[in-house]
Structures are given as C-alpha cells and as structure tokens.
Ligand binder design. Structure first.
Ligand code: C5P
Length: 315
C-alpha cells in the first residue's frame, strides 16, 4: 500500500559558480551555473485524498501569492489525469528572496511526493518538464547534489560531488528581486564578455572544486545593497577560503577550514541571521527521499531510474 501522507524535506541550493551570458529571444538569460544542495531545508507534510475535484490547502506559512506549491500540485494532478484533495503543512526555514531556491525546492518536493502518495509512477522526464514550467530552478531540485545548469538553468548535467564543506550562510533581511537583478545585469552584457565568460567558466568546471570563481550577479546586486559586499568581506576576513553570493542574492555563503572558523564568522557577523550548513550530495539527497517515502530498494535504482518513484522490490 502506498502511503497517503508523508513528511519530506525541501533542501536549499547555493550556486557555487554563476555566469550570465546573454539575453535570449524569449527574454530569459542564457546561463552557466553549478548548483549545489545544502542542509538548510523546509519541511512539507503532504496528504492526498482522491476526490472528484482538486483542492489544495497549504498551512503553516503566511499566504504567498501565486504559491508554487499549489501550482505544482495542480499541474501534476492534471498531467496524471487524477483529482483529489491535497493538504500541505509547510514549515519554512529557507528565507525567500535570498537566492536559495526555497519556493522552487518546495515545488519540486510536491512533484516528487505526490506520485508516491497516489501510487502512480511518473516518468522523470515529465516531472522535469513540469518543473521547468514552474520555474528555472525547479528541475534541479528533482535531482539534487552537484549539477551543471545550462540554458535558463533547467538543462542539467550531474557533476561529481563537490568536496564536503563547513559552510556558513548569511541571510540578511534583504529581498533581492530576481527579474530586477537580470534587468540590471543585461545592460552590461557584450559579445566580448560572453566569449571570456564561456572560456573562464569552462576552465573552472574542468578544474573542479578549487577553481570556481563566484557569481556574475554580485556586481549589480552589491551596488544596490552595499551591505552584501560587507558580508562577503566579513566572511573572507573571518577566514573563509571561498565566499560568494547565491543566485540573484541576497544570501552570501562562505566555506571554512574548520567548525571554529564557522563559529567565529557567525560571531563576527552577529548582526545578521546565519546558518551553519554542509553540502547534501546526490546519493544522500535521494536516500533521504527514499526514507521519507518508505522506499526500500537499492539506491542505484533511485539515482538512475527513469520513473519516479521506483517500485519497492517486494511490490
Ligand atoms: O524561471 P523563474 O520563474 O525562476 O524566473 C524568474 C524571472 O527571472 C524570469 O521572469 C526572468 O525575468 C528572470 N530570469 C531570466 N533568466 C533566467 C532565469 C530567470 O531572465 N535564466
């Protein structure tokens, strides 16, 4: 019997590197990025009851206009040819407007949980297409771990796990608008900078962990919110080996050589909320999902299956 209720994690992401190349005819920007899931997470408790009409109730968080959780549930049920009552208790820990993909991760969590609750597997490619409709970052959260994102971020390729880190994420109360950040950066994009960026990014990814080199949004977003530059300086000054803003901001993270370094940095930046974190690699990401949904098969099937959820071996 499939469970009808499950409590699932929705992890945040950071961008280990992010290059904006050019504005496309569809008004999105072509980008190259390395996504990474981290241990900061929302939690969703989802329940599904078959019914003639679909309804979606979300509890536990103030009303969010155009909530991606509701849109994800409705789109998926429509595509599966099902209807029913979806009830979701959402415990938010990932701040919004922070470049951490919180809303996108919540939406992906709905796409992964509902097929298991309903007991009807869905091709991963369908989930990825639905995810891309909901937002550029959503498909990444179907896979997690370390991944290369191309296009508008929805075209994904798995990368080897980035080495584990002792991270500190600083989340100042600054809401950075993604469309505004793209607008601001658009003006400065030239064909010369495009070629340079492509070559540099290619080199960074080939050379792996040691050479990733930050985020193109920092210039325009730091100009608007100078305190973010101050936070990055603070993290580096406290001993971070690497620091960058995530996505279009406003959160800034640092990687430290030791737990003491993380603690010292949090103290140095005590006026801001901060969260120590570690990286969530792809196998762990999938394993946590498997545990949450009661899957008992091999992890190999979980990471390479073409349908979600994979069948339990005894079924
Ligand atoms: O895809 P998503 O809904 O997350 O994007 C929000 C907004 O960010 C888009 O409407 C667009 O203005 C901008 N965007 C962009 N290029 C991307 C991703 C997002 O211009 N690659």
């Amino acid at each position: 019997m499939s469970p009808r209720q499950a409590t699932v994690p929705a992890f945040a992401k950071i961008n280990l590197g992010l290059r904006i190349l050019y504005k496309r005819p569809d008004n999105y920007h072509e980008l190259r990025t390395v996504f990474q899931t981290i241990s900061l997470a929302d939690t969703l408790t989802l329940r599904f009851e078959p019914a003639d009409q679909t309804s979606v109730v979300i509890e536990g968080t103030p009303e969010i206009p155009d909530n991606l959780v509701e849109r994800a549930a409705r789109l998926l049920l429509d595509q599966m040819g099902r209807s029913g009552a979806v009830h979701c208790v959402l415990t938010k820990r990932i701040p919004s407007g922070a470049g951490l993909g919180g809303g996108s991760s919540d939406a992906a969590a709905v796409l992964l949980a509902l097929p298991a609750l309903i007991g009807q597997p869905v091709p991963m490619s369908n989930l990825a297409a639905l995810g891309a409709k909901l937002g550029s970052d959503v498909p990444f959260f179907l896979y997690g771990g370390t991944a290369l994102g191309l296009g508008r971020g929805e075209e994904l390729y798995p990368l080897p796990d980035y080495p584990q880190q002792k991270g500190l994420l600083v989340t100042p109360p600054v809401h950075s608008s993604t469309p505004e950040a793209y607008k601001a950066i658009s003006a400065g994009l030239t064909s010369i900078s495009l070629q340079n960026k492509l070559e540099r990014f290619q080199q960074e990814v080939w050379q792996g962990a040691s050479s990733l080199d930050g985020n193109d949004f920092e210039g325009v977003v730091f100009a608007r919110h100078p305190e973010l530059q101050g936070i990055k300086n603070g993290l580096l000054g406290a001993g971070a080996a690497f620091s960058a803003m995530s996505g279009s901001g406003s959160s800034v993270f640092g990687f430290f050589p030791s737990d003491e370094g993380v603690e010292l940095a949090a103290k140095a930046l005590h006026q801001y909320p901060s969260h120590p974190f570690r990286l969530i690699h792809r196998a762990e990401y999938r394993q946590l999902w498997a545990d949450a949904l009661g899957y008992s098969g091999s992890i190999q099937n979980l990471t390479t299956g073409t349908e979600w959820p994979p069948q339990n071996p005894q079924e």
